[in-house]
Each structure stands twice: as structure tokens, then as C-alpha cells.
Design a protein around this ligand. Structure first.
Ligand SMILES: [Zn+2]
Ligand SMILES: [Zn+2]
Length: 349
């Protein structure tokens, strides 16, 4: 089959059809075709992320109709002029389909903050489909040690690295607490450990599977209710919230020591109420990060190559596109850890 024939074929995709909560469903869209410096990827897996739920709920900006999904891994099956060297390679991808490359943010290497940014999965067609098209500059080859589904976790790990690295938020010997043992939390805990911190991760009683996975990775996992018993005198040097939950964030701001460092990793998706005086009275350093940058991706490549962060144990469930509703619903209930959709499974059914 030639590329042009392939491009004329429709393919299934999970589409945000219109603005408004819900308005999400499976449909057929044209299979993309690679232009100059672009590639088409056969999708092996796309992770379901809190952001996808926020897009479903209309709590995160999107430009419908658009194929959702931004945590993507797969193989390059078509390369446009200038991108031929990527053909056949197993890749993960940065999410920005377009940035202006002229604004202050872009010129400072902060494409994640470009006001003209258009990302796959929210503004242009993303990875909940059999194929996705991206510029070749988005591509990163997946390390051979990473499984074919787990490659989709490069993207959330890059977001974590954007929050926690360059500069590192922890120094060797620091005590660190991560709140929320979802994928972002367990990735954050691994990155903080790589920075030399002694890491504790906390979760709710309903998070037992997630806490067990954290324990299997050598992390100290505790129930949030038991946190007082493991908190160092004066508090943790570093606290990272990966829950995006009002109660979790409140607990995090109270668990960090005076003059300590608090990092917001999770998104709440809506306004929440917090005692902001906790920051002033204790002179906390509060930082965050939004999405990822080429720098955070390069950090991730080094962390994975060094074996300092592992991805495969986080993938608990892989389902066909046709079962998206079940998988989205389970992600919403925090049932499982990282759930992914593999469009190749639909064809095999
Ligand atoms: Zn995500
Ligand atoms: Zn820009």
C-alpha cells in the first residue's frame, strides 16, 4: 500500500466532538499523512491521564473536534521528506505539534509556556487512534529496556522532571514526601530518590494496589492517616503533591518543614480553598512545572538509561480503544495504576 492510499483510509479514534462536558466518543477520522519533517506513528499504546479526564469534563482547554491522547508510544511507519532517519524506530513523543518559536517563552527554551502552543490530544489529533502524526523534532527513541506499552510513560515522566529537575529540588540526604501514589506520584518518588532523597509516598486506603507497587519499587509507602508517625521532626525537607486534591495539598503544605520546598505536580482542575498563610508564616519555597520541555525530556532519557527510573511496573492495564469508557471510568476511580489503550487490540478482536 502506498502512503497516499493509506492516507485516504479512515481510522478509528477517540474524539472530543464538541465543547461542553462529555461529548466524547469513538469515531472515524482520516488517517494522517506525513509532510516535510513529519512522521506518522503506528500507536502501540497511549496512556490515560488526569488531563484526559479534565478534557472530557471540559476542565482543560481543547479545540474540538479532536482525537484525544497525548501520552503516546509506537513505531514510525511513514516519514516525510527530511525525516527518513526515523523510519522503523520505536519512539515516544513530545506533545507540542506547534509552537511559535518567536515569543519570549519559546526563545527562552520554554515551549511549554508558548501562548500559541497547540498540543496533540487537545488541539490537534492525538494518540487514541491507530496512527498519529507529529513533527520529527518531537521524537525520542525509546530505550530498549522499556516495554512496548511503558514507552508511553516518557511523557508523564517528562512532566515530572519539569517539576522536579534542573535545578533538582532535593539534595542527597533530604527527606521527601510525595502525596498521591498515582503514576505521577510514583514517578516523582523515583526522581526524588535519584536526586538522593529519602522518599516516603502516601495514599488513601483505596490506593492499596498503588502503594503496593510503590513498595515493590523499594519506596516507603504509607497511608495518609499514618503520616504523622513517619514525619521527621520539624517536617519533610521536600514535599511534592501529585494528588491535585484539596485535602492532599493542605496536608502537604503542613508536612513540609519551615523554609522547606513544596512542589505542586498535580492539577486540581478547579479552584480549591487553601490556607495560603502556611506559605508565608513558614517561608516555604513553592514551585511547579507545566507539561514538559526538551530539557526535561533529555533528563528523562538519562534517568531511564541509567535505570534510576523504571516504567514497566506502572502499567497495570492495557485495553482496546473500544473499551475506552471502562478504562476512563477506572482511571477516574483510581482503580489500577496506569491504564493504557492499545489500538492494535481492536484489530485483533
Ligand atoms: Zn498526561
Ligand atoms: Zn512561542
Amino acid at each position: 500500500m502506498t502512503a497516499s492510499n493509506a492516507a485516504s483510509l479512515p481510522m478509528p479514534g477517540l474524539i472530543k466532538r464538541a465543547a461542553g462536558a462529555e461529548n466524547v466518543g469513538l469515531g472515524m477520522v482520516p488517517r494522517p499523512k506525513a509532510g516535510p519533517d513529519e512522521v506518522v506513528i503506528e500507536v502501540y499504546a497511549t496512556g490515560i491521564c488526569g488531563t484526559d479526564l479534565h478534557i472530557q469534563d471540559d476542565e482543560f482547554p481543547s479545540l474540538p473536534p479532536v482525537v484525544m491522547g497525548h501520552e503516546v508510544t509506537g513505531r514510525v511507519v511513514e516519514a516525510g521528506p527530511g525525516a527518513e532517519t526515523w523510519l522503523g524506530k520505536r519512539v515516544s513523543l513530545e506533545t507540542y505539534f506547534y509552537t511559535c518559536d518567536r515569543c519570549h517563552a519559546c526563545l527562552a527554551g520554554r515551549r511549554n509556556l508558548c501562548p500559541s502552543r497547540r498540543s496533540i490530544g487537545s488541539h490537534v489529533n492525538g494518540g487514541f487512534a491507530t496512527h498519529v502524526k507529529v513533527p520529527q523534532r518531537n521524537l525520542h527513541e525509546v530505550h530498549p529496556s522499556v516495554g512496548e506499552h511503558a514507552g508511553a510513560l516518557y511523557e508523564p515522566l517528562s512532566c515530572v522532571a519539569q517539576c522536579l529537575c534542573d535545578p533538582a529540588v532535593a539534595s542527597p540526604g533530604d527527606t521527601a514526601l510525595v502525596i498521591g501514589p498515582g503514576a505521577m506520584g510514583i514517578l516523582s518518588a523515583q526522581v526524588l530518590r535519584a536526586q538522593g532523597a529519602i522518599v516516603t509516598i502516601s495514599g488513601a486506603p483505596t490506593d492499596q494496589l498503588r502503594l503496593d507497587i510503590a513498595t515493590s519499587l523499594g519506596l516507603t509507602a504509607v497511608l495518609a492517616g499514618d503520616l504523622a508517625g513517619v514525619t521527621p521532626e520539624g517536617g519533610f525537607d521536600v514535599v511534592a503533591d501529585a494528588s491535585g486534591n484539596e485535602r492532599g495539598i493542605d496536608a502537604g503544605l503542613r508536612a513540609v518543614r519551615k523554609g522547606g520546598h513544596y512542589v505542586q505536580v498535580g492539577l486540581a482542575g478547579k479552584p480549591i480553598t487553601l490556607d495560603i498563610d502556611l506559605i508565608c508564616l513558614r517561608e516555604l519555597v513553592v514551585t511547579s512545572g507545566f507539561a514538559s520541555t526538551p530539557r526535561s525530556w533529555h533528563r528523562v532519557e538519562k534517568l531511564i538509561a541509567a535505570g534510576q527510573v523504571v516504567l514497566d511496573p506502572l502499567v497495570t492495564d492495557v485495553a482496546p480503544l473500544s473499551q475506552w469508557q471502562t478504562s476512563f471510568g477506572r482511571t477516574r476511580k483510581a482503580d489500577g495504576l496506569k491504564l493504557m489503550l492499545d489500538p492494535r487490540m481492536d484489530g485483533r478482536a
